[in-house]
Design a protein around this ligand. Structure first.
Ligand code: PGA
Length: 252
């Protein structure tokens, strides 16, 4: 039985004051409940250190939204895995579709980032997913397979033991139009079978595969009740403590 994992991707939202307010609301809301779900919050870089101070005594875990693959050096504007570790991050989102489309990140670059994260003790939340054009052209499985093969190239099952995959169809992100539970499950099953072929059945059975793309309290339960959907990567709806908590509760 896989424990569900719900992660909040804050994207480029919340300054330090509103970060503190949101985290305190989430803490308060979760405090009264006995929930068997792993919760991760991924605030912007500028709020990470403060976020860690607020959550370190709680079961909530900290993640970043991106990083560069080098340890240090002349890479203006970038953040290294060691820097993320030093402020309390355990997770890092890599390959998000906004990184791929707006910042031109390739599968090869994402592969380097995943390797760097793992070798520095950070657990990657590796995002994959097709665009609407690709879905309509019947290419969903091809796209997802290429992203996995290239993104995870030259990484062993052992190295990937703490990997989380987030299937996020690009057409569902921030659009209010989520994949139906059946559409999502079809791809999640495909991903798990592919991982079983590339690695082993045991590893595939343990792998957490989150769904992301317009997850909200109204659809989260149906999505996460699917056999191969092990949680959610939540964007817009995680910026409100009440809706984020409802999504977490629905993962039970
Ligand atoms: P959304 O974003 O929930 O706002 O669609 C999800 C994501 O981009 O991770």
């Amino acid at each position: 039985m896989r424990t569900k994992v719900v992660a909040g991707n804050w994207k480029m939202n919340n300054d330090i004051n509103s970060s503190v307010t949101l985290i305190n609301e989430i803490k308060k809301g979760l405090n009264q409940k006995n929930i068997n779900v792993k919760v991760i919050i991924c605030p912007p870089f500028t709020s990470l250190e403060t976020a860690y101070a607020l959550i370190k005594e709680t079961p909530i875990k900290l993640g970043a939204q991106n990083m560069y693959f080098e340890k240090s050096g002349a890479f203006t504007g970038e953040i290294s895995p060691l820097m993320l570790k030093s402020v309390g991050c355990e997770y890092v989102i890599l390959g998000h579709s906004e990184r791929r489309t707006i910042f031109m990140e390739s599968n090869q670059l994402i592969n380097k980032k995943i390797k760097a994260a793992i070798s520095n003790g950070l657990n990657p939340i590796f995002c994959i997913g097709e665009t609407l054009e690709e879905r309509e052209a019947g290419k969903t499985f091809n796209v997802v397979e290429t992203q996995i093969r290239e993104g995870l190239a030259n990484l062993s099952e052992q190295e990937l033991s703490n990997l989380i995959i987030a299937y996020e169809p690009v057409w569902a992100i921030g659009t209010g139009r989520n994949a139906t539970p059946e559409q999502a499950e079809e791809v999640h099953k495909f991903i798990r079978d592919l991982i079983a072929n590339l690695y082993s059945k045991e590893f595939a059975e343990k792998l957490i595969i989150q769904y992301g793309g317009s997850v909200k309290p109204e659809n989260s339960k149906d999505l996460m009740s699917q056999p191969d959907i092990d949680g959610a990567l939540v964007g817009g709806a995680c910026l409100n403590a009440e809706s984020f908590i409802k999504i977490i509760e629905s993962a039970q």
